[in-house]
Design a protein around this ligand. Structure first.
Ligand code: 7TS
Length: 419
């Protein structure tokens, strides 16, 4: 058992990692006869039994479409799906459930805002501001919008440590800026961006801000009202929930002012061939049969995380991040990519003389799962002059022993390549 201090409430809380691990059946798996060491949590997290059971139970005992039915199963599925929305609302501390739009994931949430907000609020000559450390999901939708509208994508540069250059950011905020879209936590560098300051600076100029929370929702407490962000997106599958479900949070006043993203069933109040009246929030943005089991499963995943406590999770993961960072950098030839003061979960690095993919393959032989590649953040690779990095990304179910296994694996990589 490990003991960590809860950052925000004085008494010490215990975080029993071995007990937590027992909730995740996949962690018992052997890969090629070796215990799985799963360090690819930024790509997707593993699922606790409670989430797996929820999906099985839904399809075996509760499957039904929502919200059309008047029968028992449909009413119950609708109620459970809407309860999940309330769980998300509480999790993010949104002002109202209607501000929680279920989408497929962070990617779809960003595309929704780019297309819908973009259609009505962005014109030729306008600018969208993103940072140099964004995931492709927070670059390409804005590029597509800019191309359509004749607008310009501007990029906030980052430092050699992988931090946003705040002075440059302020300089790039102009009357032409129609939206700022930045990651809360970088998937390629691990940097925790100072989004409170970023949002405040934009709001001084009445510019709305979208926060890509794909890598923050699983690791940090998030309060969208305290942050005052206009939009916040995350993916369920990176938060111990199912794939194919995610969330767009939007302030009511923005969502009200935005046209629907897609047309179809459930997003309407009435349809004639002459005119369609749209549904109220959030249904206006939820065309078609959604991932019902996914939404309910996400609710269960969030309640699981809430029971552990985001503060306790953050404290445990921070301690593990420090331990693993120090251990990995002690391996000869390792160079960290991303050395920001404030980091979460991600350790990106290169090993001199070995391509990241080769290192990843050798580690995989020992059951150690890391990510090797550009992590859908090619501009970050370009900024640091590397084709790819190895990335170990941590979760609260990872242990110091697993970090030690990774370090032993890296020594083995060096031996295999005669370094
Ligand atoms: N934004 C960030 C910061 C991300 O890390 C990711 C996925 C996305 C958006 C897109 O999320 P999706 O669920 O809609 O695909 N990041 C990663 C990764 O780092 N490795 O695989 C996926």
């Amino acid at each position: 058992m490990r003991t960590v201090t809860n950052l925000h409430t004085a008494p010490r809380v215990t975080f029993d990692v071995q007990k937590v691990r027992r909730d995740f059946p996949i962690l018992k798996e052997k890969i090629r006869g070796r215990p799985l060491v799963y360090l690819d949590n930024a790509a997707t997290t593993q699922k606790p039994q409670a989430v797996i059971d929820t999906l099985t139970r839904y399809y075996s005992e509760g499957n039904s479409n929502i919200p059309r039915g008047v029968h028992f199963l449909s009413e119950r599925a609708t109620r459970n799906y809407e309860e999940a929305r309330t769980t998300v609302k509480t999790f993010l501390n949104a002002a109202a459930s209607q501000e929680i739009v279920f989408v497929r994931g962070a990617t779809e949430g960003i595309n929704l805002v780019a297309q819908s907000y973009g259609r009505t609020h962005v014109q030729a000559g306008d600018e969208i501001l993103i940072s140099e450390m964004e995931h492709h999901s927070n670059i390409v939708p804005w590029q597509m919008l800019c191309e359509e509208k004749g607008a310009t994508l501007r990029v906030i540069p980052i430092t050699d440590e992988g931090e946003i250059q705040l002075e440059e950011y302020e300089r790039l905020l102009t009357p032409k800026t129609k939206l700022v879209a930045v990651a809360h936590v970088s998937n390629a560098l691990g940097t925790i961006n100072p989004i409170r300051e970023i949002i405040a600076a934009a709001h001084l100029r009445n510019i709305p801000v979208l926060i890509d929370g794909a890598q923050s929702a699983p690791h940090l407490p998030v309060d969208v009202q305290a942050l005052d962000c206009d939009f916040y997106v995350f993916s369920g599958h990176k938060l111990y929930g199912p794939t194919g479900i995610g969330v767009l949070y939007g302030k009511t006043r923005w969502l009200e002012a935005m046209p629907p993203y897609q047309g179809g069933g459930d997003m309407i109040r009435s349809v004639t061939f002459e005119k369609t009246l749209y549904n109220t929030l959030p249904y206006k943005f939820e065309a078609g049969t959604p991932h019902i089991a996914g939404g309910i499963g996400l609710g269960v995943a969030i309640r699981y995380v809430q029971a552990l406590g985001l503060e306790a999770i953050a404290a445990y993961e921070q301690a593990l991040l420090s331990y693993a960072t120090e251990a990995i950098t002690s391996v000869p030839g390792v160079r960290l990519i991303g050395t920001a003061k404030d980091k979460a979960s991600v350790i990106s690095f290169v090993l001199t003389g070995v391509h990241a993919h080769d290192a990843g393959t050798v580690l995989d032989h020992d059951g150690i799962a890391i990510r090797a590649g550009h992590h859908c953040a090619q501009p970050v690779m370009k900024r640091f002059g590397v084709p790819a990095t190895c990335r170990a990304s941590l979760s609260f179910y990872n242990t110091k022993e697993e970090s030690d296994a990774l370090v032993a694996g890296l020594h083995k990589v060096r031996a295999v390549f005669h370094l």
